[in-house]
Design a protein. Sequence first.
Length: 328
Amino acid sequence: MYKANDSRYGAMRYVRCGKSGLKLPAVSLGLWHNFGGEVSYERSKEMLLGAFDLGITHFDLANNYGPPPGSAEETFGRVLSESLRPYRDEMIISTKAGFYMWPGPYGEWGSKKNLLASLDQSLARMKLEYVDIFYHHRPDPDTPVEESMEALATAIRQGKALYAGISNYNAEDTQKALDALKQLGVSLLIHQPCYNMFNRWPEGGLYDVLEKNGVGAIPFSPLAQGLLTDRYLDGIPADSRASSATGFLKPDAVTPEKVEKARKLNEIAQSRGQTLAQMAIAWLHRIPVTASVIIGASKYAQISDCAKAVDNLCFTADELSQIDSILG
Ligand code: NDP
């Protein structure tokens, strides 16, 4: 029988999410890759329990994570039932709907029909009564944002979600979503954008909107799917995401330019006494709206490495300008 590590809250840092009452661990764990039905259940379980023992209280899912779609939620539900159920009140569990999940006109995008049916399916797969955060996964150009936000508000009113989140919305659409939720008396807790050293789009307006409205940010793919680690410094390892048939990182994305930048960034990380993964995570926390970052992992050692990023989150002005000049 699993018993959580008594010292799990000793090393992790917890950051207030926007102007809400909710604190998130500076490092959260996402289940996009490596938790589906086609990988070892034992390894997935080891990573989830190991993360919780490190003080990682937040686990990020979506309806479609797998493969096959839905299986990451099933894996998570099984670990919860077998081991983590007694700790449910110490956990923040999120899921999302919006990407393709089932055939026909209601299986994706942003209708109220899609979002609420999908949430019910997610709760059943995870064997949960509620999730802590329910996200609209991507904006829908054909559904009024008011309807998608009405779905999030309904989930909260029904007690199936505690907080509302959006993901992949640009600055303008985020403001529209905020306005729609406000009309419904609901606060937007959090925005989940892709943000890392190689992809800085949220700096161009999104973060201003979040800061102005007291919304927290939780960047996904903070390590650029592994490119901002030491993983690819000496070629593409056989057990890496870029080598996997189902991985979203394709080998041709591992370009000599990116590897060269990673090599130079790695030297700065070493001078700070950090791994490159730790520095890439710390760098995202330099922005005040960052509540957490969602890492992925294929093994427990990566999670414990990333969790230690919190030991040094500060940068000198000189380090930041060196990083900027490497990134170009
Ligand atoms: P990362 O950028 O953190 O990439 C994770 C990969 O980096 C791992 O699988 C591993 O690669 C490598 N890695 C992690 N830690 C280390 C380490 N310490 N040392 C060396 N290599 C390391 O994140 P993901 O792209 O996996 O995304 C994280 C989460 O974000 C997802 O699980 C999901 O929850 C969320 N997400 C949300 C999206 C959205 O649209 N809202 C879209 C995408 C992700 P390897 O597997 O090769 O070992």
